[in-house]
Design a protein around this ligand. Structure first.
Ligand code: BG6
Length: 507
């Protein structure tokens, strides 16, 4: 890694504490950081360098995936950290920051490579980018990069405005837009797996019946009412994380694709996505909001009783949608996507359901058994399972599914932020959202936003601790499918078939 100054706006914030410092620490332990790596933390509170270092230490001891108990190692790591107060509206503060950075670059004899990480609310992005430009912080003779967190805009127009402002200070190749789902190791594996010739041979509408992308959570709105009630599941998860998963899965990468090819192919997927007209949204999109219920045995309140949420709020805490990609590979294959809060489990996964071409498998299907499935478990566990129908040794002429499983041990799994910070430090944009992807995602989602706004789509209640409203099941049932791996209530056990239930329970 080239020597770099890591300038962190929002250094006393929650994201820095929970994700960024632990990620940097693990990169340090793995010797992935340059020996002359420098961190300058910026915030509004007055802190000395020592107090700041103590906070960073507390954060890595509390949140690092590796236990942080080697005091000498921690001491060496903290040596790289300094803190300064910065009021983002004060030009003078940027000038002081510039002087400090130049002084440190001179002392360490390092080139002026500067990474500006904006771990702050989106309302501050433009002012900070302008401050960096006006002060000359971004004009040194090394490279500069801007790392920003979502949300990138609130709708298509605001995203375009923001991009236009940022591009006055940074060029596209210098902007690293974080979508932390792209940092998840299993999502990164999809890039390579798609280039695998075995999967490639199956990756189209000849063999695939449908694709299901699920990201469900057990948590509710938590302490984020002010933010969440204005964004809902559609902006918080769907426009970014879910559509990124779709792009990563459907992009048909040629062998040895580089980052430019990955981005080019992802853009092609978004361009081929059949647009929804506002009046068609209700036929393809299910909007839900959680009511009181029980999550993992504990009673929980409904969304509109949460602190800070109005009793009349029509915000979506669940969304399910059916999407179609109109290209050579995917024409006719429905992609079902759903995400929601206060659901039964915490799980992010992609299920590929294969078509039943042979007599044996269609018989298995008719008997209520499972078709061939390929499952990518993204989190909290990481794994790939292939379910194949084969001969049932116990029943002549019968069919039995076997499961081929790969599960990554949790110790080997890097945190998403480790992968992303590593890539940003190395200038590798593969797993960051390019502006074209962000713009096309907003463009696709825009009719949904407008239909929600005008209440053209019913808001279906669902009990907390379930898999969302029944209408989400009906969306697939209309096409003869169902969501895979929703744990079935006990009473359905006998009627739905033993094999299927056993598979649900195992996974
Ligand atoms: C964030 C959303 O981007 O992703 C949160 O703002 C959500 O509302 C979170 O809880 C989910 O991330 P993960 O990695 O836990 O699936």
């Amino acid at each position: 890694m080239e020597p770099t100054t890591f300038v962190l706006f929002g250094a006393t914030g929650d994201l820095a504490k929970r994700k960024i410092y632990p990620a940097l620490y693990n990169l340090f332990v793995d010797q992935e950081l340059s020996p002359s790596f420098e961190v300058i933390g910026l915030g509004r509170s007055e802190l000395t360098d020592d107090t700041f270092r103590a906070r960073v230490e507390h954060s890595i001891r509390s949140f690092s995936r590796r236990e942080a108990n080697n005091s000498a190692l921690i001491h060496d790591f903290l040596h790289a950290f300094r803190y300064r107060v910065l009021d983002i509206g004060r030009k003078e503060d940027y000038m002081k920051l510039l002087r400090l950075i130049e002084q440190r670059e001179e002392e360490l004899r390092i080139s002026p490579n500067r990474l500006f990480y904006l771990s702050v609310g989106p309302e501050f992005f433009e002012r900070i980018a302008a401050g960096i430009q006006e002060s000359g912080l971004g004009s040194a003779n090394g490279w500069k990069r801007l790392v920003i967190e979502k949300p990138f805009g609130h709708d298509l127009q605001s995203a375009r405005d923001l991009n236009q402002k940022l591009s006055q200070a940074f060029e596209e190749h210098e902007i690293f837009r974080i979508d932390h789902y792209l940092g998840k190791p299993m999502v990164q594996k999809l890039e390579i797996l798609q280039q695998n010739s075995v999967l490639k041979a199956l990756w189209d509408n000849h063999y695939i019946a449908n694709v299901q992308i699920t990201a469900i959570e057990t948590v509710g709105v938590e302490e984020r009412a002010g933010y969440y009630d204005h964004v809902g599941a559609v902006r918080d998860m769907f426009q970014n994380h879910m559509l990124q998963l779709l792009m990563m899965l459907a992009s048909h990468l040629p062998n040895n694709s580089d980052s430019e090819m990955v981005r080019f192919k992802k853009k092609k997927v978004m361009e081929a996505l059949e647009p929804l007209q506002k009046q068609d949204v209700s036929a393809n999109v299910i909007r839900g909001q959680y009511k009181a219920g029980a999550v993992q045995g504990k009673p929980v309140i409904g969304y509109t009783s949460e602190p800070g949420i109005a009793a009349t709020s029509m915000n979506d805490t669940f969304i399910a949608a059916k999407l179609q990609i109109d290209d050579f590979f995917w024409r006719g294959v429905p992609f079902y996507i759903r995400t929601g809060k206060r659901m039964k489990d915490k799980s992010t996964r992609i299920v590929i359901e294969f078509k039943e071409l042979s007599k044996m498998s269609s018989q298995a299907n008719a008997d209520g058994k499972s078709p061939n499935l390929l499952v990518f478990e993204i989190s909290p566990n990481e794994g790939i399972t292939l379910q194949l129908n084969t001969m049932d040794p116990q029943h002549k002429g019968g069919v039995k599914p076997i499961h081929m499983d790969f599960h990554e041990s949790r110790d080997n799994v890097h945190e998403a932020y480790e992968n992303l910070i590593y890539d940003a430090l190395h200038g590798d944009p593969t797993f960051f959202a390019h502006w074209d992807e962000v713009e096309l995602s907003w463009k696709w989602v825009q009719p949904i936003l407008e239909a929600f706004e005008k209440n053209l789509v019913p808001l279906h209640p669902y009990a907390a601790g379930t898999y969302g409203p029944a209408e989400s099941d009906a969306l697939l049932a209309e096409d003869g499918y169902h969501w895979w791996f929703d744990a079935k209530p006990e009473q359905e056990f006998e009627t739905k078939g033993r094999e299927q239930y056993a598979f649900h329970k195992d996974h």
